[in-house]
Design a protein around this ligand. Structure first.
Ligand code: GLA
Length: 338
């Protein structure tokens, strides 16, 4: 088959322009290797890693903004919106944040002071340019009786660490839209906890504007009806919803096979059906869903390569290894037009 030039394909960003933004997570490598594809089809980007605490603020008195600034410049050149990801998280946060010089945990005020300094500096730097921030990422426990997962933030500050993060971010950029972001967001047990957390935040007057549904999904999980129920419940809080990290693994969770060098026809078929159903749902709820971001752009690069199964490639997007449209891409166009 003769490769289709991306410049001849209908751009996803155009197809969905009256519905929601079409975003991609990028990194310094993919901003080059996927440049043409990104510029053509996407009107929003997110840093896969470059705006995380450990990348921006490796030591208390040292910030490293070079890669994040490059990403902002790339967005500007290509007329793209930027979602900021992420301010407060239990992962990819350096130890210095929680410790004093002798390696003991700091007290509550010290940690809140450090959180505030970080958020002030980062959010102010991109004020008016990053229109939405994932303020707190993945604070909710997946299972068990506890609402929140154990973390040093929780241990030292208590559950108010979440409210504080939103307050600091809002003070730094009152116009930025502030999100709580999490995975397994459509699994009923976790969904109910995310709902309870965000309801509590809203009722306490915390400046929160939206919920980020990460949407790391696969060929059968979660079910469409669980996704619909999650959207309904979150939307009932009167908040905006962003799909923040969409990918559709071709492997079911239990499937550990490592023999494939390409996805099977059956996988691609089911994947395209899933993408079709997801985008039909997103379109249906477009009044509250204002952005859909893929956690990557094309199958040549995905964090799912070698995760959670080593030596296994994955093919989770709507563009293939050569940035050519997959069946899933054509489904998205059909959905946009229908
Ligand atoms: C989570 C985080 C992302 C990223 C992915 C894996 O979903 O929110 O920042 O680390 O895991 O790539």
């Amino acid at each position: 088959m003769v490769p289709t030039r991306n410049s001849e394909l209908h751009a996803l960003r155009e197809a969905y322009k009256h519905k929601f933004l079409i975003g991609a997570a990028v990194n310094p490598t993919t901003m080059n290797s996927q440049r043409e594809l990104l510029a053509r089809h996407f009107n929003s980007i997110t840093a896969e890693n470059e705006m995380k605490f450990e990348r921006l603020h490796p030591e208390e008195n040292r910030y490293t903004f070079e890669h994040a600034d490059n990403l902002m410049a790339f967005a500007k050149e290509n007329g793209m919106a930027v979602r900021g990801h992420t301010l407060v998280w239990h992962n990819q946060t350096p130890d210095w944040v929680f410790e004093n010089r002798s390696g003991e945990l700091v007290d509550r005020n010290t940690l809140l002071g450090r959180m505030k300094a970080h958020i002030d500096t980062v959010v102010s730097r991109y004020k008016g340019e990053i229109y939405a921030w994932d303020v707190v990422n993945e604070a909710v426990a997946d299972s068990g009786g506890e609402l929140l997962r154990p973390s040093k933030w929780l241990e030292i500050v208590g559950k108010e660490f979440i409210a504080k993060a939103f307050e600091y971010a809002h003070a730094a950029d009152p116009k930025a839209l502030l999100f709580y972001n999490d995975y397994n967001e459509s699994v009923p047990e976790k969904r109910d906890k995310i709902y309870a957390l965000v309801k509590w935040l809203k009722e306490s007057g915390v400046p929160i504007h939206g919920i980020g549904l990460q949407a790391h999904w696969n060929l059968e999980h979660p079910s469409l009806s669980d996704i619909r129920q999650a959207i309904e419940m979150y939307a009932s809080l009167g908040l905006k919803l962003h799909i923040t990290e969409l990918d559709v693994s071709v492997f079911k969770f239990e499937d550990k096979r490592t023999d494939l060098t390409l996805p099977t026809e059956e996988m691609l078929e089911i994947q395209s059906k899933r993408y079709e159903q997801f985008f039909q749902l997103f379109r249906e709820y477009r009044d509250c869903i204002t952005s859909v971001t893929f956690w990557g752009a094309a199958d040549d690069y995905t964090w799912l390569d070698h995760f959670p199964v080593r030596n296994r490639k994955n093919w989770p997007f709507v563009f293939d290894l050569e940035h050519q449209p997959k069946q899933s891409y054509w489904k998205l166009l059909e959905v946009a037009r229908s």
